[in-house]
Write a protein that binds this ligand. Structure first.
Ligand code: ATP
Length: 306
């Protein structure tokens, strides 16, 4: 029996890890589809967090050996700052987040968090430091309370409510007949994209990670909801090192640095204003998105940042 206990125990651990991974990262990382390629070094120490700076040094990566996805990607996010990655579909933006979370190891270069190569620390400690608001939040078939509390299961009710308030979803929850006990997910109340994203934000706030990854939804939210969520992200990004994978440029006008990726290479970098002034890819992308945005409200918004 004792001989059996160890493998069963490690199976249990694996199961919990998979569960945890799924809950935290949802579809973006669909863990079960991903090969397990990454292992802890024997007795790998925990990541020692000191502010949460992130450095990609000449990172090269491909999912398959014969097809490179990222080439010589080099950037630094100082502790507490926000970096945004933009670019065409398939440019490799989400791959940056997957590498930071260490679902895969880089083929070239290295990734450092607070000066430590992420391959040398335990995955559990690395992942505990990172909160992800995924593109499309998949909710558990359980109560709203459970879905938020998952960010930190030992949190008190007061903390769960405070996180919901910060994510501007508390009033909505209270307006439901069953409040926090309302069932959601496939078999429960259907929530809008914006409401689901706020639950994901509340969950992440409760986790209180030092590093935040926000993978913006590709599917458009209505302009008003989008604007509100942008404000919320800006608020929670303020004290954290943040990587935003952006599809709409309006989300990232205030980022400390913006990288423009094309076919796995950084082709431009700078602030919103410097990139607009540069008249390159970013400026062209911005002009294109402005044309497709509708409504006076948006033109005002564009004028403020032009
Ligand atoms: P989008 O804006 O459409 O979300 P992206 O810039 O985030 O795109 P990535 O998701 O990083 O792009 O994908 C970069 C490239 O890697 C794409 O060509 C994609 O097909 C490929 N890719 C992504 N995940 C895998 C995987 N698990 N196995 C093999 N190739 C993959």
């Amino acid at each position: 029996l004792i001989q059996l206990a160890a493998p069963l125990n490690s199976l249990g651990m694996l199961y919990r890890e998979v569960q945890q991974g799924l809950a935290n990262t949802d579809r973006m990382f669909a863990l079960l589809d991903e090969p397990v390629e990454v292992r802890d070094l024997p007795e790998a120490p925990a990541l020692a967090i000191a502010g949460g700076s992130v450095r990609f040094e000449q990172v090269g990566f491909g999912y398959q050996p014969d097809r490179g996805i990222l080439f010589e990607v080099d950037f630094h996010i100082p502790a507490g700052k926000t970096l945004a990655a933009v670019g065409t579909t398939g440019a490799g933006k989400s791959t940056l987040a997957r590498l930071l979370y260490r679902f895969y190891d880089v083929d070239a270069g290295r990734i450092l968090v607070d000066g430590q190569d992420i391959r040398t620390v335990s995955q559990a400690s690395l992942r505990a430091a990172i909160g992800i608001v995924p593109q499309d939040t998949v909710l558990f078939n359980d109560s709203i309370y459970y879905n938020i509390a998952y960010g930190r299961p030992e949190a008190t009710r007061a903390e769960v409510v405070a996180a919901a308030k910060s994510a501007h979803i508390h009033d909505f929850i209270e307006s439901l007949p069953l409040g926090y006990n309302t069932g959601v997910g496939e078999r429960g109340l259907k929530l809008s994209g914006g409401e689901k994203q706020r639950i994901a934000i509340a969950r992440t706030l409760l986790k209180n990670p030092v590093l935040l990854v926000f993978d913006e939804a590709t599917s458009a939210l209505d302009t008003r909801t989008e604007r509100i969520i942008q404000g919320e992200i800006a608020e929670i990004a303020r004290q954290r090192t943040t990587l935003i994978i952006a599809h709409r440029l309006s989300t990232i006008v205030d980022a400390d640095e913006i990288l423009v990726l094309d076919h796995g290479r950084i082709v431009e970098r700078g602030t919103h204003r410097s990139l607009l002034a540069g008249g390159g890819h970013y400026a062209a992308l911005w002009a294109m998105q402005q044309q497709t945005r509708e409504g006076l409200d948006d033109r005002d918004f564009a004028a403020r940042y032009a």
